[in-house]
Design a protein around this ligand. Structure first.
Ligand code: ADP
Ligand code: MG
Ligand code: MG
Length: 252
């Protein structure tokens, strides 16, 4: 089984005011089949971690490593990262005009596996996954994310996750904008991927709400671009009660 290692990761962005350092030495190791929650106050660098793993060009790696089974992820193109087994759902999934959902999924699946999926199994798999996520059939033939509501985009993201069967997924604020019913459906999809495909998960969330449905094995608390605390699921319960105040040491 595989392992994703983040070692002493330091990341900055260029802004109009100059270079802004965001991640200040992040260490995180995720084994396949494990669920890690990354929590923390707004602006602590959670999304920056997701974007950096995804290879977003805006985020400059100043030091440290990201390794997938010892392979240097930072040297990989975005496509190579996907082929290596990383799934990187971003906070704002992109619309792809002119490309239907089915064609997109099939193309992505083919690129990742290195061969086209057998058509009969594939059609059945897509149908089953869409049924599980309570997605209307019409979504198959609609352009990717075009005119989808926030909740529909999230479901579509999980549809991709279930069909592409990555080794590791990074989900950033997947719960934002979802009502309870949609949150349940989306969480069940994530749990299915976890149980069926031994998915390793980096679940980024400000709120503990989604952790009622997706149970983390480990919880990491981000503060000012660093892991300030880590523990088991009980840490999430504590954060639910106490918030992040005790990590924000303000000098008086
Ligand atoms: P979180 O997801 O924990 O809320 P982010 O990673 O989005 O935090 O942001 C961390 C800090 O870095 C914030 O202060 C944010 O304003 C800043 N930041 C993130 N991305 C950019 C960017 N592209 N340009 C300028 N500042 C950024
Ligand atoms: Mg588990
Ligand atoms: Mg964020």
């Amino acid at each position: 089984s595989s392992v994703l290692e983040i070692k002493n990761l330091q990341v900055s962005v260029e802004t109009d005011q100059g270079t802004k350092q965001i991640l200040r030495g992040v260490d995180l190791t995720i084994k396949q089949g494990e669920i890690h929650a990354v929590m923390g106050p707004n602006g602590s660098g959670k999304s920056t971690l997701a974007y950096t793993i995804a290879g977003h060009p805006k985020y400059i790696v100043d030091g440290g490593e990201i390794l997938l089974d010892g392979e240097d992820v930072l040297e990989m193109s975005v496509d190579e990262r996907a082929r290596a087994g990383l799934f990187l759902a971003m906070q704002y999934p992109v619309e792809i005009p002119g490309v239907t959902n089915t064609n997109f999924l099939r193309t992505a699946k083919t690129a990742i596996d290195g061969e086209a999926p057998a058509i009969r199994h594939w059609v059945k798999d897509v149908r089953t996954a869409m049924d599980n996520l309570k997605m209307d059939k019409s979504f198959a033939e609609r352009n990717v994310n075009e005119g989808f509501s926030g909740g529909e985009k999230k479901r579509n993201e999980i549809l991709q996750l279930e069909l592409l069967k990555p080794k590791f997924a990074v989900l950033d604020e997947t719960d934002s904008g979802l009502d309870v019913d949609a949150l349940k459906i989306v969480s069940e999809g994530v749990n299915r991927a976890h149980e069926t495909n031994e998915l390793g998960l980096l679940l980024i969330t400000h709120y503990t709400r989604i952790l009622r449905y997706i149970k983390p094995d480990f919880v990491h608390v981000f503060v000012e671009g660093k892991v300030a605390d880590q523990g088991g699921p009980e840490l999430a319960d504590r954060l639910e009660e106490e918030g992040y105040d005790r990590y924000l040491t303000t000098a008086v």
